[in-house]
Design a protein around this ligand. Sequence first.
Ligand code: NOJ
Length: 734
Amino acid sequence: MREEQLKALLQDMSTEEKIGQLLQVAGTLFGEDSLITGALDYFKITQEELDRTGSILSISGAERLKKVQDACMAKQPHHIPQLFMLDIINGFETIYPVPLAQGATFDPDMAEKLAEMAAREGSAAGIHVTFSPMADLVRDARWGRVMESTGEDSFLNGKMSAAMVRGYQGRNVADKGRMAACVKHFAGYGGAEGGRDYDTVELSERTLRDEYLPAYKEAIDADARLVMTSFNTLNHVPSTGNKWLMKKVLREEMGFDGVLISDYGAVAEMVNHGIAGDEKDAAELALGAGVDIEMMSLAYVRHVEELIAEGRLTMEQVDEACLRVLRLKNELGLFENPYKDADAEDEKALLLCDAHRKLAREAAAESFCLLKNEDGILPLKNQAGEKVAFIGPYSDNHEVFGSWSFPSDASKMVTIRQGVEKAGMEADICFCEGSQMFGADYRLKDGRRFIYDAGKKQPLLDEAIAAAKEADRVVLCLGEHSQQTGEAASRTDITIPEEQMDLLRRVAEVNPNIVTLVFAGRPLELLEVSRLSKAVMMVWFPGCECGNAVADVLFGAKEPGGRLPMSFPYTVAQEPCYYNRFRSGRPNNGTLEQSFVMGYIDQMDRVLYPFGYGMGYTSFSYGPVRLSGDRLGDGQTITATVTLTNTGDREGTETVQLYLTDLFGSVVRPVKQLRGFRRVSLQPGESAEVSFDITPDMLSFYNIDMKYTWEPGTCKVNIAGDSATENSAVFELV
Ligand code: NOJ
């Protein structure tokens, strides 16, 4: 449709119909044959309201959605098609590594390809919009949703989020295999106090603007068609009713012209926040702030007409929101083809197809972070006479996918055992569970219960110890449960469950040659794991190709490609914990030998593994940082170069990282900030010159007058393989 046609359609719609377009309800309310299922009991929507709904979340399947679309359109006075939205976070059916693991790849091209694959599958299953990427900056490993972010650095998050948007949307969201992306959660959701999900966020405007907003902005600049509000408050106002945030910052400053959707129930939740007396007030606040679609609460459909009659809202506000929704439907081509790409045949051909699995396998290996590799225990030798025991609850487990994964058949996820057995082993291998996941009954956040069987403990342990005694090498497959991560899964304890740690301790008593693979959706406390293991590798939640990717990396067909996207603390008490902290007047040198300095008296002020850290199977050396000049002015560029050499004996890929520091500013600046990265592959003995161009705007920040600018003074350039290694040079910004 042309814009005039959309406007004419809008003109012809009744107020009720327009407001209906602003409501999104969950798919549980729609059955295949009839429009309503019993779920009406919990969400007290009337049949009429349901018939006018403009979008639906959380159902999929080509045939199913076609039927729902037909049924819904038949009831709409103007036969306006529905928008179908879903959380496609780690893939649709071909589940790939969780976003935090994608962050570890430092590879936006990979993130783009993964998103493209997810869009291909999801759109064949009838989905028009994915609630991804999550561009939230995360700095507290207790928060369950760090798994859904690409990590603690806004620069990395921006690159990854923008890549995902490009992957989902392509050049045109109407194209086959594409869908619209929804950037979330605007804004600052990752700053939840104490890492407690849904808790207050207390940020200065400067930190919000300097650290938190840039990643959303990059995703918006990549043309994301939707933005989702966040549950949290900012400056004591919930985002969903925050006019300053939505109108001034999002629309005016960032130039976002797409659809703004609330998070689930977030409009009505403003009553709980105590900022709206009732849902009517909440509707006034949200629509007044420019929230176009209300997800899963009924404040708009129940109260907006009345609010207009009372002069508290205007018809123009409704029209504006409705037009945005219609435009999105139009951009997706739904007025011409309301099913878009929904096609049962394509679904069959695409979902979990070989090409998709291949990409998921590559991505997983690229995301694994090798944190320790004493005596070069990895890669393992796959040779006759070598005995390798795989032990632990993840050694033969199909549940290797992150929260927000909904595989139709979990048994199609390749377990470590399956992957290793398929790899064709010369070595003598065996597998045993070793321990249960938890040491007591545990309520998983998806409502399932893990039931502990005390009687199993000893037999499992005995079998594991016997296997470990026999083996030359032990691969322990341990970690948190995927349902201990994601939304509403914050933890005060970020360790591997004690039952599994017990197993590790017992195995270590009989065999020192331990490689521990850690499944997790967040940084964990790994000090003891690291002491007891010769090698430690984070495999995160790798998805459907878990076993194959683990086999590829363990036996050296591929090297682990990941670098940490978040700092790993010694102890949870160090959280929030991130490398780009502000400079203190009493800096700490990372030892316990000082007094009256920032930090704790009982814990060194450093982390176990820093942001950006990780190893492959070769080694690299960095030459000193060389600068093309020592003064940088407006419109100028300095090139910083290092000579990188592969000093090991196999080909490898290094993630070279550029950090900048403004050593003196009108406000306190972070100790360093990532401003560039590049993956460089070199043959053994080969060297390469790796260069980054530096321009003044890369050092801009909100100065003392809240003006976004750079300030003259001395700056430091650091180029290294992680955020903690010093290899630097200085120049003057003039
Ligand atoms: C709530 C979550 O916060 C959000 O990330 C998600 O997209 C919506 N629910 C829809 O499932």
